[in-house]
Design a binder for this molecule. Structure first.
Ligand SMILES: [Ca+2]
Ligand SMILES: [Ca+2]
Length: 152
């Protein structure tokens, strides 16, 4: 089992998909070979941004991002995963021993485009105004706080 095991995963902000596979290492215990691991997230995901499913081929837990993450909001997620062994041979019990693992998901910063306000900008120009006249003030907010960049 994966008692107390720690995993690390990296995911780009704004994207979804499988970020890490959790291995149940029970090869030295042949009695558990018929068991199917059941994974669940028991802590660290208040916004339900993650999902974990069992890979039926190898009993691995596939942790995936189902809601895009925002690096500027939360750069690191610490998820507590519970693993149970579903034992088909003992229907009255249903589940074998459970254990937990911690997954540290680091959200990687992606250079996002600046957000203009107001958007769209409506500019009313008078006819025949001199070249070089002040036309409009663009108010741009860059969501990337840790990157130096210019607005194109
Ligand atoms: Ca962001
Ligand atoms: Ca960013």
């Amino acid at each position: 089992m994966i008692v107390g095991k720690e995993f690390e995963a990296y995911v780009n902000e704004g994207s979804t998909g499988v970020v890490v596979n959790l291995t149940v290492d029970d090869r030295d215990d042949p009695a558990t070979e018929a068991w199917r691991a059941i994974y669940s997230i028991i802590n660290g995901d208040p916004t339900q941004s993650f999902e974990i499913q069992t890979n039926p081929d190898n009993n691995e837990g596939m942790l995936s991002v189902v809601k895009p993450l925002d690096c500027e909001a939360t750069a690191l997620h610490k998820l507590l995963i519970k693993v149970e062994n579903e034992d088909p041979l003992v229907p009255d019990v249903g589940y074998g021993p459970s254990s937990t693992a911690t997954v540290h998901v680091k959200v990687l910063d992606v250079n996002e485009g600046p957000v203009f306000y107001p958007d769209p900008l409506t500019v009313t120009r008078l006819e025949n105004i001199p070249v070089g006249s002040f036309v409009a003030l663009l108010n741009a907010t860059d969501p990337d706080i840790s990157q130096i960049q210019s607005i194109r």
